[in-house]
Design a protein around this ligand. Structure first.
Ligand code: ATP
Ligand code: MG
Ligand code: MG
Length: 565
């Protein structure tokens, strides 16, 4: 490791090697106090990736030492997301499993005169820490108390003799040290809150500073990888392992991944949810991993994106558009192309006979036979996208207009608009067009998508609702007070969700719906459910879509199909 490895006593190293067989062992250690976000995808990739690269193993460890913030749904979601990203933990472990062991070691630490019970309030601790205004750093009156007294008081703490805040166990470190991580960190506090795993068994809980290095040690982690804000904690991490004479892993830091145009802080996302700016934690406009997943983003794209960031110490701020390019690249290779139209306009091809039917084989991806093909009907009556027709023609407009010719994708001959039919209000309700099948007709410059009306083929698929997403915030740094003086809530893009009603899609979508219906109960196996609407964007079926009796003639898809990028 750059900077050198810490010295581990030979006899501890022998024990450690017996346990690991010399394997590289890492862990991904989330606190189960929220949903994971895009930044965690980097931590997951680094921990699992480095272990894999060295033929080692990686645990998923829940750092569950703060019962006040932890909830069952976070545990479940974190396990699911790690799996979704494609990683398999060697073991799923919990810091709370070690509460007894940690407690015993705390007694040992007191016995070594390296910890003491303190009754200072947070404010008093700050005072003693000193500073430009507060003067020199000083020890509090409890620091010098006899070992026996601290042992007794620790026992009393454990047995409920103190209320929250009345007593804490502090490590006796080095007040002369310039690193604040040596100023007698808190090891235990009283919390009269039930723990989701240990119930009411404990009313004292170990802190992160006390627990993290010891559990790393118990699990025989070789490389304890963490983000750069823990750089100063490295020395205190080693201090505690040495004080208790336990095996000491190597700590190594890497830069955090920060993403622009969004917000990852739990407190702020909670605010967005509570104030109904977004539907929930997995609203596709957010960058929590459950949200990204629901949006339909392929995990492969996230992993590839994170890989390009490397394992350096610098914190990076990345624009979400950078991630979008990885998503597009992946979807371009994997998502089948379908034709679909928004604001459909009916087009009748006047020179084709009633009941005209051709079945066309279309490739799922143009010029890539390996992706297969599917077949769609072509009939006398088709629908085109509202934006592909203009009554008022214009030199720069190359699609359909009165008297103008345009190609229909996948169809051999172009069409020319011969007549526009309107209702009483002047709204265009139908176009009459000529199918230009005379030999030698000139090839068109532009092709548009279309879907055929053919009840016999259940065509088209009628979509109740298509959700189109845009950025949730206007600015790159919505939390920056200079950029956004009104605060991030004032920066929410109220047009970030628009809903298209009544879109029509060709029947290739039935296959995708079929896979959706057959997929797991959670409807989150998105791989098979992503598709491209040609010339529009990438979409997937939402887990909460209501397909009803979707195989019936003229069935429609209720609720949601939504765009990915
Ligand atoms: P947050 O407060 O944003 O949820 P956290 O550090 O409290 O972050 P943890 O649950 O403690 O979240 O994170 C588990 C692991 O993921 C830790 O090792 C942490 O350093 C790492 N991690 C968290 N956020 C990022 C990020 N933005 N980039 C890289 N790694 C991260
Ligand atoms: Mg944390
Ligand atoms: Mg956290």
């Amino acid at each position: 490791v750059p900077g050198g490895n810490p010295q581990v006593k030979p006899e501890l190293m022998v024990e450690h090697l017996k346990a690991t067989g010399g394997k590289y062992v890492t862990r991904f250690p989330p606190e189960p106090n929220g949903f994971l976000h895009i930044g965690h995808a980097k931590a997951i990739n680094i921990n699992f990736g480095l272990a894999k690269a060295h033929n080692g193993i990686c645990n998923l460890r829940f750092d569950d030492t703060n019962p006040e913030a932890e909830e069952e749904r976070y545990f479940t979601s974190i396990i699911e997301i790690v799996k979704w990203l494609g990683f398999t933990p060697s073991e799923i472990t919990y810091s709370s499993t070690h509460f007894q062991h940690l407690y015993e070691l705390a007694i040992e630490l007191i016995k070594k005169d390296k910890a003491y019970i303190c009754h200072c309030t947070g404010e008093q601790i700050q005072m003693h820490r000193g500073g430009p205004e507060r003067g020199p750093r000083t020890a509090c009156e409890h620091r010098g108390r006899p070992i026996s007294e601290s042992l007794e008081l620790f026992e009393k703490m454990k047995n409920g003799g103190f209320e929250e805040g009345q007593a804490i166990l502090r490590m006796k470190m080095d007040l002369e040290n310039g690193n604040p991580q040596f100023w007698d960190l808190v090891a235990y506090r009283v919390l009269k809150t039930a723990h989701h795993r240990t119930g009411s068994e404990w009313i004292i809980y170990p802190t992160y500073d006390y627990t993290h290095c010891l559990v790393d040690s118990f699990e025989n982690i070789t490389h304890s990888l963490c983000t750069v804000e823990f750089m100063q904690s490295r020395a205190s991490y080693y201090w505690l392992c040495d004080a208790l004479e336990v095996y000491k892993p190597v700590q190594w830091e890497y830069g955090r991944l920060n993403v622009a145009n969004t917000i990852l802080s739990k407190r702020k996302i909670a605010e967005l949810v509570n104030k109904k700016h977004v539907f929930d934690w997995d609203d596709p406009r957010l960058y929590t991993l459950p949200a990204i997943r629901r949006r339909g983003v392929p995990p492969q794209a996230i992993n590839k994106f994170v890989h390009t960031l490397g394992v350096t110490k610098s914190d990076t701020v990345i624009e979400v558009s950078k991630l979008d390019s990885f998503i597009r690249e992946y979807l371009d290779e994997t998502a089948p192309r379908l034709m679909g139209v928004f604001n459909p306009i009916k087009v009748t091809l006047e020179n084709l006979p009633e009941g005209h039917l051709e079945m066309l084989n279309v490739q799922n991806k143009p010029r890539d036979p390996s992706m297969g093909e599917h077949s769609i009907p072509f009939t006398r009556q088709v629908w085109i996208d509202g934006s592909d027709f203009r009554e008022q023609d214009d030199e720069d407009f190359f699609r359909l207009a009165p008297g103008k010719t345009v190609g229909l994708l996948n169809v051999s001959c172009p069409i020319t608009c011969t007549k526009v039919i309107k209702d009483e209000s002047g709204k265009v309700v139908e176009l009459i067009a000529r199918y230009e099948n005379a030999p030698g007709f000139k090839k068109p410059k532009t092709y548009i998508q279309w879907v055929a009306e053919s009840p016999k083929h259940n065509s088209p698929v009628r979509l109740d609702e298509v959700r189109l997403f845009d950025r949730l915030f206007h600015h790159a740094n919505p939390q920056d007070k200079k950029e956004v003086p009104g605060g991030y809530l004032s920066d929410v893009n109220v047009d970030s969700l628009s809903i298209e009603k009544g879109a029509l899609v060709e029947i290739g979508l039935w296959d995708i719906m079929d896979r959706w219906a057959k997929s797991s109960e959670t409807k989150t196996d998105y791989e098979a459910m992503r598709f491209q609407l040609t010339r529009i964007g990438y979409f997937c079926v939402d887990k909460e879509a209501d397909l009803g009796d979707f195989k019936k003639p003229n069935a429609s898809i209720k609720d949601t199909v939504k765009n990915i990028v």
